[in-house]
Design a protein around this ligand. Structure first.
Ligand SMILES: [Zn+2]
Ligand SMILES: [Zn+2]
Length: 208
């Protein structure tokens, strides 16, 4: 719902902001984002820049297909904890499969939707193998080939860094988008329980 009292920002992934307007016609987090980014329009603040997107797609296409037509990540992309090829864009970990599928569909993935594999191989970035599935399909995807969520806490990360308020919506969006908390933990360099408390709004509930 959008009315005169709610923030009109529509994020690049199609999600409406719809928070209460605080300043200059934006909600508090969107106006803060605008301040920090030199007055840029906060619409699309979750967007992947066109150039970065094109580079990732070109790199994915450069992987030669195997006999089944799969383009298996050969190390040019880092793999996340579940084996999905991942790139870091604007301090955020983004799954390559998501970008490839969005390019194939010509639109952002739906809210709470995931890039799933027909070929049951998470390392595959071939657009023909990808389809848009819900959380249940994604769980099946990540459990394919005998892999399963481990629930292990990433002990490598040093719980010394501070999470800034601006990071909180990014962390929640990553979690909502299906990024494992282990991966988020590695990205932000804090302990996994802290990420969990932020995601579950037991910390910083007032932020976005
Ligand atoms: Zn807003
Ligand atoms: Zn495949």
């Amino acid at each position: 719902m959008t009315d005169a009292s709610t923030c009109p920002v529509v994020f690049a992934d199609g999600v409406k902001c719809s928070r209460r307007i605080a300043r200059r016609g934006w909600c508090h987090p969107c106006a803060t984002w605008q301040d920090r980014h030199g007055g840029l329009d906060p619409n699309g603040r979750r967007s992947v820049p066109k150039r970065a997107r094109a580079e990732v797609l070109a790199a994915a296409l450069a992987i030669p297909p195997n006999a089944e037509g799969c383009r298996i990540n050969d190390g040019r992309f880092a793999a996340d904890a579940d084996g999905y090829p991942t790139v870091k864009i604007q301090r955020r970990m983004t799954r390559v499969t998501r970008l490839v599928l969005e390019d194939k569909l010509g639109r952002p993935l739906g809210v709470d939707m995931f890039a799933c594999h027909r070929c049951d191989n998470p390392a595959c970035v071939n657009s023909g193998c990808l389809w848009e599935g819900d959380a249940a399909a994604n769980l099946h995807d990540s459990m394919a080939k005998g892999r399963k969520p481990t629930g292990a806490v990433a002990s490598r990360s040093k719980p010394t860094l501070k999470i800034e308020d601006a990071d909180v919506p990014v962390i929640r969006a990553l979690a909502a988008g299906g990024t494992p908390q282990k991966v988020i933990t590695a990205q932000f360099g804090v302990s996994q329980p802290r990420i969990s408390r932020i995601v579950n709004r037991k910390r910083r509930a007032w932020v976005e």
